[in-house]
Design a protein around this ligand. Structure first.
Ligand SMILES: [Zn+2]
Ligand SMILES: [Zn+2]
Length: 104
C-alpha cells in the first residue's frame, strides 16, 4: 500500500477538509473525529470501552490547530481543549464523509 500523506488541510468552522497525496479530498465532521478519539482518556486501555460522554461534547466543536505526528498520523487541538488523540492517516480515512466514501 502506498504511504498516505497530507498535501492540504483546512480547519473549517465545523468540518475538516484534508487532501491526500492519492488525490482524494476528505471531509470530516470535527465533532465526529473528536468523538472517535482513541487516547487513554477517551478509551479504556484494557476493555477498549469508549469513555467519552457525548453529551459533554459541544455541537459546535472545531479544531483550532493540528500537528503532523511522524509521517503517519495527525493530532488536533480541539476547541474544548482536548489534544491527546493521535489519528493515524489510514484510520482517519476510514471515517471520511465525502460523497464517495459517504460514512455517517
Ligand atoms: Zn481523547
Ligand atoms: Zn472520501
Amino acid at each position: 500500500m502506498e504511504n498516505l500523506s497530507i498535501t492540504d488541510i483546512k480547519l473549517l468552522q465545523s468540518h475538516i477538509s484534508i487532501t491526500w497525496n492519492n488525490g482524494h479530498t476528505s471531509i470530516f465532521s470535527s465533532r465526529k473525529i473528536r468523538l472517535n478519539c482513541k487516547c487513554a482518556q477517551c478509551v479504556d486501555e484494557i476493555t477498549q470501552e469508549n469513555l467519552i460522554d457525548e453529551t459533554t461534547i459541544s455541537e459546535i466543536l472545531y479544531a483550532e490547530d493540528h500537528l503532523i505526528v511522524g509521517k503517519y498520523a495527525i493530532q488536533f487541538l480541539w476547541s474544548d481543549g482536548h489534544s491527546t488523540g493521535i489519528y493515524p492517516f489510514d484510520t482517519l480515512l476510514k471515517l471520511c464523509q465525502c460523497q464517495i466514501c459517504n460514512n455517517q
